[in-house]
Write a protein that binds this ligand. Structure first.
Ligand code: RIB
Length: 315
């Protein structure tokens, strides 16, 4: 039997159906694609698998359809050494799917049909209480019912467990309760735009957004801005640190799908397995890992941790 997990992810699982095209289609247009790939995805699952592949003991709390996609997803977690004691199968909905188009620049468009993900309810999280209580980090996103996410954040904080709240895929109107129970708020420009209702097109807008994000009440804010790098600030004894900027690690992008999830999963791994690192160093390394994933096709299939520099896993 696996020792207690260090990282518990409460979140979504999808099967990703990815079409590669020269460019993204316009409304009403039919395009010839150049390649197709099917793989395991879903923001929660991706984050969990990345943390597990890097070496953290991980568990997933999720709901899948009792169908081929659902059974395959459970098997995929097992292959990645993820504890599936709280991965449930339901006959009431199909497993989640994501239709993804990726252009020649590696940019994507994603449509998700959540299916069983939305049936993951607060009671399912409460059943995982003993698992969450023993964890070092709990990671949540917004691809499941938001009430379920809030339950997980609250339960984790009740047990003194560090919480990462990744607000992907973006939802406006969240109550302050979500942020009060968040140690590390991790979001990208478009999610910041959804929350704050202002565009965040460049670094100076990002810095202005950071001031407003600080006011939400989390312990730390991490704003990922793709090739513009990462901004972060943390609150210690009621005082916010200066906003710091980490440069992006430059690579040739082939497919950016799942890079944000790789970043969050890597951060969870560092918090659980290398807590002696400073937050800035954890974020720098998570950025290197995320950029490594964009150099290969697919979502989890691009998480090639064995070709990462070994220094990334050392104190
Ligand atoms: O962030 C990428 C993920 O978003 C994909 O794996 C897809 O399933 C959607 O959840």
């Amino acid at each position: 039997m696996m020792e207690e997990p260090q990282v518990v992810v409460v979140g979504s699982c999808n099967i990703d159906l990815i079409c590669y095209t020269t460019r993204l289609p316009k409304p009403g247009e039919t395009l010839h694609g150049t390649k197709f790939e099917k793989g395991y995805g879903g923001k929660g699952a991706n984050q969990c698998v990345m943390a597990a592949r890097l070496g953290a003991r991980c568990a997933m709390v999720a709901k899948l359809g009792d169908d081929d996609f659902g059974h395959g997803t459970v098997e995929n977690f097992r292959t990645n050494n993820v504890n599936v004691d709280h991965v449930m199968l339901t006959k009431e909905a199909s497993s989640g799917v994501a239709a993804i188009t990726v252009n020649e620049e590696g940019e994507n468009c994603i449509v998700i049909v959540s299916g069983a993900n939305m049936l993951l309810c607060p009671g399912d999280v409460t059943k995982a209480d003993s698992l969450i209580a023993l964890a070092t980090v709990v990671v949540c996103q917004l691809e499941v019912n938001p009430h379920t996410t809030l339950t997980a954040l609250k339960l984790a904080k009740k047990h003194g467990v560090t919480t990462i709240f990744n607000t992907a895929p973006g939802l406006s109107g969240l109550t302050e309760d979500y942020y009060k129970h968040t140690d590390i708020l991790c979001l990208n420009e478009s999610e910041a735009e959804t929350i704050l209702d202002v565009p965040v097109p460049d670094l100076s807008a990002g810095e202005a957004a950071m001031e407003r994000l600080q006011a939400l009440g989390c312990g730390c804010v991490v704003l990922t801005m793709g090739e513009r790098g990462v901004l972060y600030t943390q609150c210690q004894q009621g005082v916010w640190s200066r906003v710091e900027h980490i440069e992006a690690h430059r690579v040739e992008a082939i497919d950016t799908t799942g890079a944000g999830d790789a970043f969050v999963g890597a951060l969870a791994y560092y918090l659980a397995c290398l807590p002696e690192l400073s937050l800035g160093e954890m974020l720098r390394r998570a950025g290197v890992i995320a950029s490594h994933t964009v150099t290969a096709r697919g979502t989890q299939s691009s998480y090639h941790v064995n070709t990462l520099p070994r220094e990334l896993m050392l104190p």
